[in-house]
Design a protein around this ligand. Structure first.
Ligand code: C2E
Ligand code: CA
Ligand code: CA
Ligand code: CA
Length: 278
C-alpha cells in the first residue's frame, strides 16, 4: 500500500511483543553491557543563582546499545529496577561520580555530585554501608555527595526507606527530593523527611513561561522549601526568561539546557575549563 504521510509513525510503531522482547533483552544484557563499557555516566552542571557559579553536577546514566543505539534511562532504568540489578547500577554510578569529585578536589575545586536513587535502593538496609565504603575508598567528604530520590520512591515503602535515609543523613550525605510537585507532595510529608534540598520538577519550570498555574506552583515550592530551610533547585531551565523569573523568586540553584545539556566526562571537563579559565 502507498505510504500515507499523515501516519508515518503507525507503520513503525512497535507491537507489544516487540516492546516486551526489547525490555527483556535490556534486562538480560545489562550486566554484560556494564562490563563491556556500553554504560557510561554523563554530568549536567548545577549553578548557583544569581551568580552562575558552578556548584556541582548531576550524574545521568547512558546506554549505547550495539543494536538499539542510544537507549534512554527512562526506558532501561525501570526495567533494571524491576530486577535485583539496580544495586549494581547505583554502585556503578556512585563509583564513577565519586571518582569525578576526587579529581575535582585534587584540582582544588569544591563541587558536589548528585546520584539518582531508585526505590529498590531505598529499601536496602545495607546501602548506607556501601556508601560509607565508597566515600572512604575515594576519600571524598560526605557533604559533597547528594542523593536524589523521588517522592513516589520514598512513599512506596516509607517504613523501609526512612531508616535508610536517616542513616545516610546522619553520615552527612545531602538528600534531595527529585521531581517535586508531581507526586504526593505535601508540606506535612516534606517535613517528615530528613532532606536538605528540593528539586522542582521540570514540567513546571518548562511551563512557567506560558502557564500562570505552573508559575504559581514554582513560586510556592520556592517559598515552601525556604520556609523549611531547604535549598531549592529548579531543573529544566531552558531559557533566560525562566532563569530571570527563578532569580526573582529567590530560587537557589538552576540546572537545564540553558546552562548545559548532560555531557560525557571529557566534554564536561572541557566545558568546566572553558568557564573557569577566561
Ligand atoms: P531526572 O532525575 O528527573 O533527570 C533529569 C532529566 O531531565 C534528565 O533526563 C535530563 O537530561 C533532563 N533535562 C535536563 N535539563 C533539561 C532541560 O533543560 N530540558 C528538558 N526538557 N530536559 C532536561 P535523562 O538523562 O534522560 O534521565 C531521565 C531519568 O532517568 C532521570 O530523571 C532519572 O529519574 C533517571 N536516571 C538517570 N540516571 C539514573 C541513575 O543513574 N540511576 C537511577 N536510578 N535513575 C537514573
Ligand atoms: Ca534527578
Ligand atoms: Ca527530576
Ligand atoms: Ca524524572
Amino acid at each position: 500500500r502507498a505510504t500515507n504521510e499523515n501516519e508515518p509513525l503507525r507503520a513503525y510503531a512497535p507491537s507489544m511483543g516487540q516492546i516486551f522482547l526489547r525490555r527483556f533483552q535490556l534486562v538480560t544484557q545489562f550486566r554484560s553491557a556494564l562490563e563491556s563499557g556500553q554504560i557510561s555516566v554523563h554530568y549536567q552542571p548545577k549553578v548557583a543563582l544569581p551568580s552562575k557559579q558552578v556548584i556541582g553536577a548531576e550524574s545521568l546514566v547512558r546506554w549505547k546499545h550495539p543494536e538499539f543505539g542510544r537507549v534512554d534511562p527512562d526506558e532501561f532504568v525501570p526495567a533494571v529496577e524491576a530486577t535485583g540489578l539496580v544495586d549494581v547500577l547505583t554502585d556503578f554510578v556512585m563509583d564513577k561520580a565519586l571518582e569525578r569529585v576526587r579529581r575535582w578536589i585534587d584540582r582544588g575545586l569544591r563541587m558536589s555530585i548528585a546520584v539518582n536513587l531508585s526505590v529498590r535502593t531505598l529499601a536496602d538496609e545495607e546501602f548506607p554501608d556501601r556508601v560509607a565504603a565508597a566515600l572512604a575508598r575515594h576519600d571524598v567528604p560526605p557533604e559533597l555527595l547528594t542523593f536524589e530520590l523521588t517522592e513516589s520512591g520514598v512513599m512506596a515503602d516509607p517504613e523501609r526507606a526512612l531508616p535508610v535515609l536517616r542513616r545516610l543523613h546522619q553520615m552527612g550525605v545531602v538528600l534531595a527530593v527529585d521531581d517535586f510537585g508531581t507526586g504526593y507532595s505535601s508540606l506535612a510529608y516534606l517535613r517528615q523527611l530528613p532532606v536538605d534540598e528540593v528539586k522542582i520538577d521540570k514540567s513546571f519550570v518548562l511551563g512557567m513561561g506560558t502557564d500562570l498555574g505552573d508559575m504559581a506552583v514554582v513560586r510556592s515550592i520556592v517559598e515552601l522549601g525556604h520556609s523549611l530551610g531547604l535549598t531549592v533547585v529548579a531543573e529544566g531551565v531552558e531559557d533566560d526568561a525562566a532563569r530571570d523569573q527563578l532569580v526573582g523568586m529567590g530560587c537557589d540553584v538552576a540546572q537545564g539546557y540553558l546552562i548545559s545539556r548532560p555531557l560525557s566526562e571529557d566534554r564536561f571537563e572541557a566545558w568546566l575549563h572553558a568557564r573557569t579559565v577566561q
